[in-house]
Each structure stands twice: as C-alpha cells, then as structure tokens.
Design a protein around this ligand. Structure first.
Ligand SMILES: Cc1ncc(C[n+]2csc(CCOP(=O)(O)OP(=O)(O)O)c2C)c(N)n1
Ligand SMILES: [Mg+2]
Length: 794
C-alpha cells in the first residue's frame, strides 16, 4: 500500500478544502492540548517564550497514541453532525488520556461537567496542570473522563466492551479503537468473534478501528510487521470488510479518512436498513472496519537526540524529558508552536468560533453521550416474585433439590418479564445449560447470528443468552452492557471464573472510582453465579477444583463487593433477587447444581438472608444455655457436612450442647467498620461466643475466614476447615475427606477442642478415624461413596 493512499482516495473528496483545513485545525488544537497536558504547568498559550519553570516537575503521560485518537475523534465529529449519529467512543489504548481530555474540552463537555476547568486561558492552564498530577486526574481515560465507559489501562477489553454497549441499542454506533499492541492480547483476539452475536436489526453497530501505529512500548507490533495482505486476510477472516486509511501527510489523510468514514457509515446504514426491513431474514452481515495506519506519535518531533521519535516506539510516552537541556526546551516549544496555537485559540484562550462549530452539540457530543453514563438510562429490572419458585420444605432436610435449577426457573421468569424491555442478558462460556439454567431456553434462545443447522439447540439471532467459550468475552460483553445502563448475569464454573480475575479487578476499580465522580450515576451490579463448584467437580478432577475467586474478590473495596454462599435453593433465590435489585456492586453467588437436602422454607430463608448469618435453631442443642461448641458453616456442601457431624455428635456425645451457625453473607464476618454488611462485634460475640471453640466448615480456602475474622474476640478459638488444595477425580465425599472437611473429621475436631471432652471421648475419635479409613477402602473397591453417605438424611 502506498503512503498517503487509501482505498477511498480515488473517489471525490467529501470535504471542501475549507472544511478540510478547519478539521485539521481542530485536530491541531487537540494535539496542542495533549502535549500541553503532558508538559506544561504554566504559559498555556505560549504567550511568552517557553521557560523551564513552565514545565512540570514530573513528566507523565502517553503521547504516542494520542494524535491517532484525536484524529479519529475529529473525523467522527464530522460524521455525527452530517448524519445526526449517536456515537459512543471506546478507546482501547486508554493510555491516550490526554487526547480524550483534549477533545472533550474542545467540544465543551469537559467544562460542563467540570465548571472549574472552563474553556478559556485559565481553564486551559488548569487542564494542563491537573493532568497526571497529585490531586488532579489520571493519565488514562478513566471514570473521570467524559464519554468514557472504558479505562483502557489494562489492554484487551475495548472490543468486547464495545459489543456489550451495542447489544440492544439499535440506534447506537460504537466506534472502537483497538491498539495494534492491544490486538495481541488474548481477550482482544477472542473478541473479534463478537460480530457473530450482533443482530443487525435489534442491536447497534460496532465500528472497529485498528490503530496500526506500528509500535507498543518498546517493540514493533505483530500486526504491523506482517504483510498487509496477511493482515487483510486475517481481518476478512474475522468477518469484516476492511477499509484502509494509511499515510502521514495530514491533509491527504483527512481526505482519505473522511471519504472512508462516509463509505463505512453508508455500509452500516445499508446493513441495518436491509436487516430492519419488514420480513427480512437475519443473516450475519460483513460489517465494515477500518485499519488506520499512521506513525506512532504522529506530528511529534521527528528526532530526539539524533534518534527517530515520530514513527517509532520512542514516542510511546513522553518523547523526551530533561527540559533543563536548552535543546529539549527549544524542541518542545518548536513542537507546540508547530500547531500554530494563535490560529486556534483567541487571546483569552477560547477556541475560535469557526472551530467550535465543528463539534456536535448537546448529547451528540461524544463526551456527553448518555450511554457512557449508563446509570442515567438505567431502568429497574422487572423482578417477578421468588415465592412462585420457592421450594416447599416441610421440614429441614425433607426434600432434595438442585438449587441451580430452581434459580434457573426464576431467572426464566425474570427473563420473560423483561423480554419487551430488552434490558437483561445472561452470559456464559457455553455453560448455561450445564449450570442448570436451562429453563431460560423455555423463554429465549442462545444468541447466534452465524450459520445455524437443524440439529442446533435453541440458537436464534435474537436470543438473550450469550454463550461463547471465552470468559473474557463474556465478561467484557456484560461489562459493556452494564456500563451502558442495562442488567445481566454471568454464570461460570467456579474454577474457571479465575480467567477473568483481572477484568473483575478493573471493573471493581471502575465502580469504586465512579462512585466518587459526581456526574456518574450508579449502574446495575455485575452478578456472578458460580456453580459446578469445587466440591462437586469430583468427576472433572483437580483442574476444575478451585474456590479461590472468592479470595480474589474480597480484596476489593468493601463498598463494592458482596459474596453470598446460600446453603439451599430458597436462600439462593433470596440472594439472587437481592443481587439483581442492587446497584453498583459486584455480587458473587456460589451454590451447587446437584440435588441436595433443603433446609429452610422460604420465610425462614428470607429471614436468614436478611440477617446474613444466623443460628439454625432446629439443629442446635444449646437453647437457653451456653453452647460447648459452635459449629459454623458457610457454603452448601460444608453446611451438609456440619449437619451430618451434628447428627453424629447427638448420637455419640448426647450431653454436648452444640450451636449451629450458618453464614450466607460472607462479608458479615468482617467487622462492621470494614464492610457495610459486617456484624458489629457485639452481635458477632453473641453468635460465636467469646470463649467457646468454633469449628468452622468453609467452602473455600481456610485462610480467608481467618483474614475476615482476625480481629474478633473469639478468633483464637476459631478452627477452620476448608479446601486445602487436595483434589483429583474421585467421589464427592472423598473430596471432603481429602481436605479434612468431612463430617467424621469435624466430629474429631470437636473432640479435640471442647474442654473436658477429649479424654472421655477417645473412643469416639477412634471410631471416626476408622470411618475415614473404611471410606477410603470402600471407594477404591466400589468406585462410589458408602451407602451411609449417599443415603444420608438429616
Ligand atoms: C494487559 C496489559 N499489558 C501490558 C500493559 C502495558 N502497556 C501499556 S501501553 C502498552 C503498549 C500498547 O501498544 P498499543 O496497543 O499498540 O497502543 P499504542 O500506544 O501504540 O496506541 C503496554 C504493553 C497494559 N497496559 N496492559
Ligand atoms: Mg501501537
């Protein structure tokens, strides 16, 4: 491909020469402001010759990607105005914060949201000073950045976010810039397939723009160093029609970009018109995309200290520092003056009126797009009553039920109630049915816009369950959907949700910071339903056995995260309803999908979940007296084991007074000063006593319970059993025995810990040890658990 050529360049330029120079001026203004933010603390309009004291003490920020991001912004402004488009701008290289701040300041949205940064000289000075500065704003696009749903600090999520925003937003176009380095990440690579899930009639459009500036921080990018034909085939293979805009001469590039955008939006328009005409069959269109190939650090210094800067990795961040070096100072001044600021801003630092006009107005400005502040658009989800799906539990342990299936029935009700509103999605890595949420398919289908065959099961282009075997893509879609003001749920195997640990981090950070941004409105919570959990992956083996996501989640800010481990189906319904109603949180629900005994009727479940933690009175024998031991449990399987141990204790040590405490809201264990759901010390002490042994059967890694309770009065008497990283393909009960969480071991723990019991109960302990031995022999012989385990009833 030639320099400064594009496949559009042969056609008549859509821009009159005057419009072209004006657009170029707007772009120069954005570039000027980007450089100013990185370098200057004073003299913003360069009214005086640049001096050392005008320069910031610490130079931080990313120049390299910025001119490309502003270039696209300026051109999108033109098409938004020409076609009255609703465009959301997602920038993968979020480190290009200076560009986004500059563009939103130029269009006025920045000053509207931050009146202390007006569009004049004083405002420009503040704009420069605050950037990447203590007490100021971050160097990346962030929750503080107008128009952004995307931090971009951690690369890889732009495209899945963009698709998430576009789902069920038929009037929206999401322009998504993908860094060529970012494109090397796994999450981004998987997200190209999102176009097989985008319904051209019912969803909006995504316009991917691959920003092929050739470099990352210190290396070339893979996509820039393969033949253009190979790249074109790759992108064609992803299902796109590829439009190239390549070069470095600004005016030729403006022409090419403008022509290409017109062509691309014509294509989008034609696709949507065809799909939306009456009776049209929904087939996967070949959506357009753009490859924008420009030098990294475009318009920046060509060389610094004799080394190439523009068009190399050396322009990634601050192209040069050491401004005490007069040559560098001169270079900076020359660079900034190359944008001819006096042509762009008046004496008062205001953008010239003919340039002001180039940006759209009101909510058409990308900085003011309401979809970027999804809470503004959020409508409550219609939640049907959980009573309709409540399990009849005549007595504790009387019935066996698959809790996840009950949840699935209720989720199907919720799905049905919100079908018309089109504001609820379930995402899963191919596991919705496996996780027993199959009732959803009585109401809706799996979204699929690629080829369908007769033998497929519930695939349809308008399905509301989105399944792709990429946890990253599931997570990114859901984040994009939530951030633009809708609702959803992600179901995954417990072990594999770790794949999105880092994406969860970023979303939790976004939620934390956005709470503190006054103009951001709360969005719906990110809900995880984790099942097929550690204790019931006996058939799949060690790779599938990992409860560590919970540990990961509780590190995040307390006012953002909630973790629930309902012990049965009715409690699961209660917590699920609470999660879907909540705002601006990450909710993690862990519960099993296998048939298990049910403990609480729905009224008791509601009370239990409201309290978060409580005594199972029907299982306790300490009413009116001090217990000898507290048997605590959290998680469905540990609850069963605790109750089985309690039953053994009743037989074997009938005089022992036992209190059973069940925890459904994990964060209740933390002190109330640490977490909004935390129990007060007084309440904790009342439940767990100040001096009795506590044998705590826990779903996950034991250290977490210690971490949450280390400041509680009775912590020294707390003995936690949980997952000790012992796993394999074995029987369900053997998983418990291997990790010392089985009922026999819990009884032995009681014997060991309750004062005065030990010696007298030596025979009990010995019998329990014998049971464990018998268990091991039995499973090897028979390949399944002993009948007394399989047929155990409370
Ligand atoms: C997941 C992740 N890994 C590493 C980094 C560190 N990092 C920041 S910018 C960058 C290079 C990005 O290159 P590219 O996507 O091409 O963006 P450009 O600046 O060239 O537009 C890297 C590796 C990161 N931000 N995120
Ligand atoms: Mg790059």
């Amino acid at each position: 491909m030639n320099k400064n050529a594009s496949d559009s360049s042969t056609r008549r330029p859509p821009l009159a020469p005057a419009a072209l120079t004006a657009l170029d001026a707007w772009w120069r203004a954005a570039n000027y402001l980007a450089v100013g933010q990185i370098y200057l603390r004073d003299n913003p309009l360069l009214k005086e010759p640049l001096r050392r004291e005008h320069i910031k003490a610490r130079l931080l920020g990313h120049w390299g990607t910025s001119p490309g991001l502003s270039f696209i912004y300026a051109h999108l402004n033109r098409v938004i105005r020409a076609r009255d488009l609703d465009v959301l701008y997602v920038t993968g290289p979020g480190h290009g914060g200076p560009a986004l701040v500059a563009c939103t300041w130029l269009e006025g949205s920045y000053s509207e949201l931050y009146p202390n940064v007006p569009r004049n000289e004083a405002g420009m000075r503040r704009l420069f000073r605050q950037f990447s500065y203590p007490g100021g704003i971050p160097s990346h696009t962030a929750p503080e950045t107008p128009g952004s749903i995307h931090e971009g600090g951690e690369l890889g999520y732009a495209l899945s976010h963009a698709y998430g925003a576009a789902f069920d937003n038929p009037g929206l176009i999401v322009a998504c810039v993908i860094g060529d380095g970012e494109a090397e990440t796994g999450p981004l690579a998987a997200a190209w397939h999102s176009n097989k899930f985008l319904n051209p009639a019912l969803d909006g459009a995504v316009l991917p723009i691959l920003h092929l500036n050739g470099y990352k921080i210190a290396n070339p990018t893979v996509l820039a160093r393969i033949p253009r034909t190979e790249l074109e085939r790759l992108l064609t293979g992803y299902g796109h029609s590829v439009h190239w805009v390549e070069g470095d001469d600004p005016l030729a590039m403006h022409e090419a970009m403008a022509a290409t955008l017109d062509e691309v939006f014509d294509e989008v328009d034609a696709i949507q018109r065809a799909a939306r005409s009456p009776g049209a069959a929904i087939e996967r269109p070949r959506w357009p995309m753009i490859v924008l190939a420009t030098p990294k650090g475009w318009t920046g210094p060509k060389e610094v200290d004799g080394r190439k800067a523009e068009g190399s990795f050396r322009s990634h961040q601050v192209p040069f520092g050491e401004l005490s070096n007069p040559e560098h100072l001169a270079l900076l001044e020359q660079w900034m003056r190359s944008y001819r600021p006096e042509e762009l801003f008046d004496e008062q630092g205001r953008l010239r009126p003919e340039l002001v006009e180039l940006a759209p107005s009101g909510e058409r400005r990308m900085g003011m797009n309401r979809h970027a502040n999804g809470g503004l658009l959020l409508r409550d989800l219609e939640l049907t009553s959980i009573l309709a799906r409540a399990v009849d539990v005549p007595a504790p342990g009387a019935v066996d039920v698959e809790a996840a299936r009950v949840l699935g029935d209720w989720l199907a009700d919720v799905m049905r109630a919100n079908l018309e509103a089109r504001n609820f999605l379930v995402v899963a890595p191919d596991e919705a049915a496996s996780n027993r949420l199959g009732a959803l398919f009585d109401v809706t289908d799996r979204r699929w816009v690629a080829e369908r065959r007769a033998e497929d099961d519930h695939l349809a282009p308008d399905g509301r369950v989105l399944e792709i075997l990429s946890e990253h893509t599931c997570q990114g879609w859901l984040e994009g959907y939530l951030l633009t003001g809708r609702h959803g749920l992600f179901t995954s195997y417990e072990a594999f949700v770790h794949i999105v640990d880092s994406m969860f981090n970023q979303h939790a950070k976004w939620l934390k910071v956005s709470r503190e941004v006054p103009w951001r409105r709360p969005i719906a919570s990110l809900n995880y339903f984790l099942t097929s959990h550690v204790w019931r992956q006996d058939h799949n083996g060690f790779s599938h056995q990992d409860p560590g996501f919970i540990d990961h989640v509780v590190n995040k800010k307390a006012d953002i995260i909630r973790v629930y481990l309902p012990p049965d189906a009715n409690t699961l319904l209660c917590v699920a309803e609470r999660c879907l109603r909540s705002r601006h949180l990450v909710n993690v629900i862990v519960a099993g999908k296998n048939a298990q005994p049910q403990w609480l009727d729905i009224e008791a479940a509601v009370r239990h979940c409201e309290a978060g933690v409580g005594i199972f009175e029907w299982a306790s024998s300490d009413e009116g007296v001090m217990p000898d031991v507290v048997m605590a449990c959290c998680g469905d399987v540990p609850t069963i084991e605790t109750l089985a141990a309690v039953q053994l204790l009743r037989e074997l040590l009938p005089a022992l007074r036992v209190r059973v405490v069940n925890v459904v809201d994990l964060m209740a264990l933390q002190p109330s000063e640490e977490h909004p759901h935390g129990l007060s010390n007084r309440d904790f002490d009342t439940l767990f006593t100040t001096d009795r042994p506590i044998v705590f059967a826990w779903h996950g890694y034991p250290s977490l319970i210690h971490q949450l309770t280390y400041r509680r009065t009775n912590h020294a008497n707390l003995h936690v059993r949980g997952f000790k990283e012992e796993g394999t393909t074995t029987t369900p009960f053997d998983m418990l025995v291997r990790n010392d969480l089985d009922r026999f071991r819990l009884v032995m723990d009681v014997v060991d810990r309750v004062a005065g019991v030990g010696v007298a109960a030596a025979h009990v302990k010995q019998r329990m040890a014998a049971k464990r031995t018998a268990h091991r022999r039995y499973i090897v012989e028979h390949g399944e658990d002993m009948p007394e385990i399989r047929d155990w009833k409370w």
